[in-house]
Design a protein around this ligand. Structure first.
Ligand code: FDA
Length: 314
């Protein structure tokens, strides 16, 4: 019930406007958001790199409705790629197609109108920049109305810039096992996550136990494949299963990487680095932190208590 409450709040415009403007909102969000500016995000990345942790930088922002906003979102990614190169950071970038104009003109991911074409052009320019500087762009996965279009755009960009782009698959969707095989066959890098949106039972496993089982099944297929993949979870039971699976099957610890979110299970991130695994932390930043932050509370309502305690302590 609390999950639905926070997912509902994540799309509440009035509460979002209030929270993003308030200094209290900004203060609370700092636990999961690395700051408001590119400079703050780059400093957070440098600090993580110094601890042996790789980074993926995400300029927060979701669906934009004007071409100028999509171009502004893209400009931040170009700045990030330049800063990563200049500072020689071990960092790549993660972006959302809705932030690059996918929904403009009323078009959604499923219909291939002006929005998807615009998003593909703008994302393509960022991938081209990444390819030129030896970097990589991860296209995050949004709600299921975007799934097929996101896969097709990733496939076309991978053909143009092999190895410089990958995407995300969500274990809660029934289609994901087939999608994983489809992308692996093309050598496209996948980040496997459980999925953070509200999806109907007609297309997604409603029970968490089934999502977890599907996650483990696909994770084992991915780490046994020749393609380098990201195992994105904070679920220690799953992390333990992968530790055992790699040991039993002689899978190189560097054949994949664990991925976790900024500020979540920092203890586990450091422990995995000490054991010789690769860990990449997804570092979100920017003024549009609200929907991202609410989804994190939805995943673990206990975080509300945790944040409240720390807020009043500091
Ligand atoms: P799950 O929610 O099953 O929880 C297992 C345990 O992990 C908990 O008991 C707790 O110990 C810990 N935990 C989980 N969430 C926590 C939190 N917020 N705070 C503290 N502890 C927590 N989703 C999506 O739809 N599209 C995407 O592109 C991405 N991208 C992405 C990148 C990366 C690097 C990560 C780690 C995750 C995503 N996600 C995502 C989000 C993902 O789909 C999922 O919602 C969250 O990772 C939560 O699922 P877990 O597998 O972590 O564990």
């Amino acid at each position: 019930m609390l999950r639905s409450f926070f997912i509902g709040l994540s799309t509440n415009k009035a509460f979002r406007a209030f929270s993003e403007r308030s200094s209290m909102g900004r203060k609370v969000s700092r636990r999961f958001v690395a700051g408001m500016s590119v400079d703050e995000a780059i400093e957070a990345a440098a600090a993580l790199n110094a601890e042996g942790i790789d980074v993926s930088l995400d300029s927060l922002g979701e669906s934009v409705m004007h071409v100028s906003q999509a171009e502004e979102s893209a400009a931040i990614y170009h700045q990030l790629l330049d800063a990563i190169e200049a500072r020689k950071l071990r960092a790549n970038v993660s972006l959302k197609l809705s932030q690059m104009g996918m929904d403009i003109g009323g078009a959604h991911g499923s219909s291939f109108g002006a929005g998807p074409e615009l998003a593909e052009r703008i994302a393509g320019e960022i991938v081209e920049h990444a390819a030129r500087t030896g970097n990589f762009v991860r296209i995050d996965m949004e709600g299921s109305e975007y799934t097929e279009a996101t896969l097709q755009i990733t496939e076309r960009l991978h053909q143009r810039f092999p190895g410089a782009v990958g995407t995300v698959l969500q274990a809660y969707l029934f289609r994901t096992e087939a999608d994983a095989a489809r992308l692996v066959a093309q050598g496209i890098r996948i980040r496997l996550c459980k999925g953070a949106y509200k999806e109907p039972a007609s297309i997604a496993f409603p029970a968490k136990a089934d999502v977890d089982a599907n996650y483990v099944k696909i994770m084992k297929q991915l780490v046994s494949s020749p393609v380098f993949c990201g195992i994105a979870t904070h679920d220690e039971a799953i992390v333990n299963q992968l530790r055992e699976f790699t040991a039993q099957n002689n899978i190189d610890k560097k054949a994949f990487e664990f991925q976790m979110l900024y500020g979540i299970r920092r203890d586990l991130q450091r422990q995995l680095i000490a054991e010789g695994f690769g860990v990449r932390v997804y570092v979100p930043f920017g003024t549009e932190w609200y929907p991202y932050f609410m989804r994190r509370l939805a995943e673990r309502p206990a975080n509300v208590l945790f944040l409240a305690k720390n807020f009043f302590k500091s």
